[in-house]
Ligand binder design. Structure first.
Ligand code: SAM
Ligand code: DTB
Ligand code: SF4
Length: 330
């Protein structure tokens, strides 16, 4: 029997009907990372094809609805008030500006519109305004996603009532490395918000960042944590660090691009039913590297020339790439 098929059978995720493996240990995920590159990609492709149309990629557009001035100290983030990144702080956008951006995203072909706010967490008054934004974006026929930081009791239910489809809240890195990157909140706080989101019946968008100086075991630790959420997140953004001048991680050494592809493949294999999103860092990637990420099972991107505060490929570059690769946007 060919070797990679045995690998997939062992992982228990070759068929659409097989149950989610009970637990992904760090060692089991690291064993995926340690495979020869071709074997890993072959396995990821098989899992991908068993669960998704291999040539379809979902597109989400981001908008920062409240920029900068955040109280938290996330080492990668341009929006932390304590990092001197030269970013101009902005207050919450008016609803008309948000609707205009969402309409433009829809016309360009995005299916989901994600609104981000640089808060430790929203105040109830903020939440009412964001709820209005969600209602208005939803009325355009787009899926909605917000990322607002930590939620208090009752806030997730308000977002659900407004029609929110997804809440983005990342675990970001392995549990043992989290304190090296963020000290103003803990990963336990992140789990608490994820539980509130799930309990309110909102889909979970949860992933992380690589290239922050973590080890391969650290990357495997992050993927194992995500895969062991029950159920795993419906969307899994994998961000490659965008080093922002003025942040503590401005001069982090970039990870080997093949290691980034391996991270995507490990996410695909361990979370076979999730959308795996090739997220931040795409602007710096070649078309060939992005093609390898799609081959490894990425089936979602951020679409539009800006992420929250940093750049993303122009829509035209993505359209050309999709055409060259025969990918369909969904
Ligand atoms: N304040 C909210 C929070 O912390 O969840 C939402 C905004 S935060 C910008 C959303 C995510 O973007 C972070 O969890 C991180 O994964 C990612 N991110 C932020 N800055 C980044 C950077 N410079 N490079 C790569 N990813 C980044
Ligand atoms: C996620 O995981 N990546 C997006 C979204 N969720 C909100 C944000 C990426 C931000 C990249 C840095 C910036 O533009 O500020
Ligand atoms: Fe940036 Fe969010 Fe951390 Fe604030 S909580 S510094 S916006 S990542």
């Amino acid at each position: 029997m060919p070797f990679p098929v045995m690998q997939i059978a062992a992982a228990g995720c070759v068929s659409k009907d097989s149950p989610k493996p009970k637990s992904w240990t760090v060692a089991k995920v690291q064993a995926l990372f340690d495979l020869p590159f071709n074997d890993l990609l072959y396995q990821a492709q098989q899992v991908h094809r068993a669960h998704f149309d291999a040539n379809s990629v979902q597109r989400s557009t981001l908008l920062s609805v409240k920029t900068g001035g955040c109280s938290e100290d996330c080492g990668y983030c341009s929006q932390a008030a304590r990092h001197h990144t030269g970013l101009e702080k902005e207050s919450l956008l008016e609803i008309d500006e948000v609707v205009a951006a969402a309409q433009a995203a829809k016309e360009k072909g995005a299916s989901r519109f994600c609104m981000g706010a640089a808060w430790r967490g929203p105040k109830d008054k903020d939440l009412d305004q964001v709820s209005e934004m969600i209602r208005a974006v939803k009325a355009l026929g787009l899926e909605t996603c917000v990322t607002l930081g930590m939620l208090k009791d009752g806030q997730a239910e308000k977002l659900k009532d407004a029609g929110l489809d997804y809440y983005n809240h990342n675990l970001d890195t392995a549990p043992e490395f989290y304190g090296n990157i963020v000290t103003t909140h803990s990963q336990a706080d992140r789990f608490d918000t994820l539980n509130k989101v799930r309990a309110a019946g909102i889909h979970v968008c949860c992933g992380g960042i690589v290239g922050m100086g973590e080890t391969r075991a650290g990357r495997a630790g992050l993927i194992a944590e995500l895969a062991n959420l029950d159920p795993p997140p419906e969307s899994v953004p994998i961000n490659n660090l965008v080093p922002v001048p003025g942040t503590p991680l401005a001069s982090a050494s970039p990870i080997d691009p093949f290691e980034f592809v391996r991270t995507i493949a490990a996410a695909r294999i361990s979370m076979p039913n999730s959308l795996v999103r090739l997220s931040a860092g795409r602007q710096e990637m070649s078309d060939e590297l992005q093609a390898l990420c799609f081959l490894a099972g990425a089936n979602s991107i951020f679409y539009g020339d800006k992420l929250l505060t940093t750049g993303n490929p122009e829509a035209g570059r993505d359209e050309k790439l999709f055409e060259r690769l025969g990918l369909n946007a969904v």
